[in-house]
Write a protein that binds this ligand. Structure first.
Ligand code: AMP
Length: 224
């Protein structure tokens, strides 16, 4: 089977600090994807202090993964048909246990993932980028001191809120999250590469964000 271009349903993978979330936001805005971002959904639940948020808060603060059954619960709440015409998954699946969960949603909501896109970045580059990240505590928009600075220093462009460092962006947590990626995500990438190499795309994420974006668009067949 050939890759439909551009794909209507895709998953983006990349280690924390790979720039995958900025890329997802940009592709989402330009090509009309609904973004399914489990990390952002979890942070929103924590901000609301709802029942799910209370149960996941300590996992996020430590940089640890949230248990699969809670991720299932989160997606049950957020992923509904209709609304599955164009989906871009960012941050899910994150464990081999979540791979069949995604298949279950594909089956139930009647869509198929047509592309698995890996943004490949070295451990060192990812760590350097993560320590410069800032986020708006009100709306969740992500900035970067070098790669994506706000118009006014330390202030959200959208709502003027003072930006913060994510509690999981400290040096120890950053290193821990890299290890989690190596332990859990690398086997998932291997799995999809072996299972459906025709749907697998890999982009060099060690370049400036703009170059990564251009290469990703090309890899996804978005340039005509
Ligand atoms: P992210 O914004 O994708 O970097 O995710 C931030 C944090 O949310 C991660 O470090 C995990 O604690 C948690 N998280 C996000 N997505 C998942 C997932 N699919 N499975 C387990 N934990 C997750």
């Amino acid at each position: 089977m050939v890759l439909p271009v551009p794909p209507d349903h895709l998953v983006i993978f990349g280690r924390p600090g790979s720039g995958k979330s900025s890329l997802a936001e940009r592709l989402g805005a330009e090509f009309g994807y609904d973004l399914i971002r489990t990390g952002e959904m979890l942070r929103a639940a924590i901000r609301r202090h709802d029942f799910l948020g209370q149960r996941v808060e300590s996992h996020l603060a430590k940089g640890d993964l949230v248990p699969d059954p809670l991720i299932f619960e989160l997606l049950e709440l957020n992923l509904k048909s209709p609304g599955t015409d164009r989906l871009l998954f960012d941050g899910f699946p994150r464990t081999m246990g979540q791979v069949p969960l995604l298949e279950q949603f594909e089956e139930r909501l009647n869509f198929r993932i047509e592309c698995y896109l890996e943004i490949a970045v070295s451990h060192e580059e990812a760590v350097a980028r993560m320590t410069g990240r800032r986020v708006c505590p009100k709306c969740g928009t992500t900035y970067h001191l070098i790669a994506r600075p706000p118009r006014v220093p330390e202030t959200c462009d959208l709502d003027g809120t003072r930006l913060e460092r994510r509690p999981d962006d400290t040096k120890e947590v950053v290193e821990f999250r890299q290890k989690i990626y190596d332990d859990y995500a690398v086997p998932i990438l291997r799995h999809y590469q072996e299972k459906c190499p025709e749907f697998y795309r890999k982009v060099d994420g060690n370049q400036p964000l703009e170059a990564v974006y251009v290469e990703a668009r090309r890899a996804l067949g978005m340039d005509g």
